[in-house]
Design a protein around this ligand. Structure first.
Ligand SMILES: [Zn+2]
Length: 330
């Protein structure tokens, strides 16, 4: 999927999911449009899905198993990965997930996940890469891809708050990107979230200064030194709220995956707000009345929520030029 995207100058929409409903919305969007895409689970998303077990790794495994059972019936590829595991959560999240991959491997079962993300951007670069090297060396023999991050994605997401980050850290340098390549080359497949002013969340127009040319310069430096086959597979974090011009510009510079979380959260919740406001007398039991079971059955508004989010996922795939380009069966 990554190779096809890199060669075809398009990117895969990577959608944050936290429940069976949000997973269904993303899978429906991909399946109905013959589009390949990625579903990603953060540490917080894993914990939310684990319910009373309160175990982020267990929740991520359970949600991935659910996705496999449903996606088996669909004629597209849906990859599953994890999102933003910070150094402090490696032992509780990434380690158990890698252990599960080893357990499945010895049992002759396929992988549940296609890859994992280690976000060591809060660490000094050499320490970040030291841990990234260690994880990739362990993951690559299991067929897992590692997503790493350098620089800082601004804004706030899933409890990671970088709203006060120093300005220069929001922009990765070409030297940083060459360094990442040199540190990880030969160990296994990896993708890089290099920052170019991107932020998590959505902001009013004008508040975010994206500089996609950073990616062009960085990948240019890597290719100049190590040749075309060294071109990095880049990940665009904080895709919500970006203009179509900004998105298209990144595609030629090596971006193969764009994460969309915030806009999908809104697209899921917006129809629920509409449903509640329009059916106020039905969803509530007011003044001794019994309400309307048809409107307070959770399926009634969750179906609308899935439809709303599905449309946003289709929009993301369309903006990333991956719509309808599934390589399933090719
Ligand atoms: Zn991110």
């Amino acid at each position: 999927m990554l190779d096809a995207a890199q060669c075809g100058n398009y990117a895969l929409a990577s959608i944050n999911i936290t429940s069976s409903n949000t997973a269904s919305a993303a899978l429906a969007a991909f399946a109905e449009t013959k589009t390949d895409g990625i579903l990603q689970i953060s540490t917080g998303g894993g914990e939310a899905f684990s319910g009373p077990a309160k175990d982020s790794a267990l929740g991520a495994i359970a949600l991935a198993e659910y996705i496999h059972r449903i996606a088996d019936r669909l004629d597209i590829y849906a990859a599953i990965t994890t999102d933003h595991c910070v150094p402090g959560k490696v032992d509780k999240f990434l380690r158990p997930l890698i252990a599960e991959a080893k357990r499945r491997d010895s049992a002759g079962l396929g992988n549940l996940f296609n890859g994992h993300m280690f976000d060591g951007s809060e660490l000094p670069m050499d320490k970040n890469m030291e841990i990234s090297r260690e994880l990739l060396s362990e993951m690559a023999p299991l067929g897992l891809i590692l997503e790493v991050e350098v620089g800082v994605v601004g804004g706030e997401e899933d409890g990671i708050d970088n709203t006060g980050a120093e300005h220069h850290k929001l922009y990765t340098t070409p030297e940083d990107m060459v360094y990442v390549y040199e540190q990880l080359k030969g160990l296994g497949r990896f993708t890089l979230a290099a920052t170019f002013g991107n932020v998590h969340g959505v902001y009013k127009p004008g508040n975010v200064k994206l500089k996609p040319s950073i990616l062009l310069e960085g990948n240019g430096a890597v290719v100049a030194k190590y040749g075309e086959q060294a071109k990095l597979d880049l990940v665009f974090h904080g895709g919500s709220g970006s203009t179509i011009e900004e998105i298209h510009e990144t595609l030629g510079y090596g971006v193969v995956k764009m994460n969309v979380d915030t806009d999908c959260q809104y697209a899921f919740t917006r129809p629920i707000a509409d449903h509640m406001m329009k059916n106020y007398d039905g969803v509530l039991r007011i003044d001794g009345e019994m309400g309307d079971k048809k409107t307070y059955d959770p399926r009634a508004y969750l179906k609308k929520a899935e439809t709303g989010m599905k449309a946003r996922v289709v929009q993301a795939s369309s903006e990333l030029c991956s719509l309808g380009k599934s390589i399933y069966g090719a």
